[in-house]
Design a protein around this ligand. Structure first.
Ligand code: KIV
Ligand code: NA
Length: 263
């Protein structure tokens, strides 16, 4: 296998080859997922919920993400390592760069930030300085208190138009990947067709350039309420490796997500 790079992700998008992303927080799972052909390992700030047991992602620190990123990087060979910038760590471009450097030095190849057009100067600042950026639009969990819960976004024409403007502005600023979370299938399709860069959906329909799930969710481990977009890939499998292989295969052949996982 060859190393997954930013240009490689772009080539996959252009070829219509569906990209698999999973969250990953330690070296052993990184090694397993990499072996199964998962293209992107995301050290999500969801680690605060699934690993640490917090009830939101807000308490997660840069040091927390850096620790898990270095663990994943040591277990990984070929996947692209994507680290979340946690709540409050990218309020200004300068603060974002200082914290992104910590994550890149821990082994990340790209960082992810939540939000729309207000991040344009930050995306430009980071990408001009060698930090690839993944945007995250739609349901952005760091905004849970502003959104009033974990709710589907982009359902009104106004919010859908705003999301499309945000996606274009962030691409224009230099973002090379975008996660779309919990939006209607039609909007996921429109954004994906509108952009030149790959979109990775989680509850954003089957038309995105790729998909992502939280590993605990797709292995049926997380004790919380199961979101509509989650599928337990352990069902019908006897090993974790089998479940991860089934996920990668289902993303590649487009059978995941099915309509029951979409909005
Ligand atoms: O933190 C996370 O796990 C994420 C994914 C759900 C996209 O941001
Ligand atoms: Na996240």
């Amino acid at each position: 296998a060859k190393a997954v790079t930013v240009p490689a992700l772009q080539a996959m998008r252009s070829a219509g080859y569906k990209i698999s992303m999973l969250t990953c927080y330690d070296a052993s799972f990184a090694s397993l997922m990499d072996r199964c052909g998962v293209e992107v390992l995301l050290i999500g700030d969801s680690l605060g919920m699934v690993c640490a047991g917090y009830d939101s992602t807000l308490p997660v620190t840069v040091a927390d993400v850096a620790y898990h990123t270095s663990s994943v990087a040591r277990g990984n060979k070929n996947a692209l390592v994507l680290a979340d910038m946690p709540f409050g760590s990218y309020g200004t471009p300068e603060q974002a760069l200082a914290n992104a450097v910590i994550l890149m030095q821990a082994g990340a190849h790209m960082v992810k930030i939540e939000g729309g057009s207000w991040l344009v100067p930050t995306v430009r600042f980071l990408t001009e300085r060698g930090v690839p950026v993944c945007a995250h639009l739609g349901l952005t969990p760091q905004f849970v208190h502003q959104l009033g819960g974990y709710k589907v976004q982009g359902k009104t024409e106004e919010s859908a138009e705003r999301l499309k403007r945000d996606a274009l502005a962030l691409q224009e600023a230099g973002a090379t990947l975008v996660v779309l979370e919990a939006i209607p299938t039609g909007l996921g399709k429109e954004v994906t067709e509108m952009l030149a860069i790959p979109t990775i959906g989680i509850g954003a329909g089957p038309d995105c350039s790729g998909q992502v799930l939280v590993m605990h969710d797709m292995l049926g481990v997380f004790p919380g309420r199961k979101a509509r977009f989650v599928k337990n890939f352990m069902e019908g499998q006897t090993t974790i490796e089998g479940a991860v292989q089934a996920y990668v295969a289902a993303v590649r052949d487009g059978s995941f997500p099915a309509q029951e996982h979409c909005f």
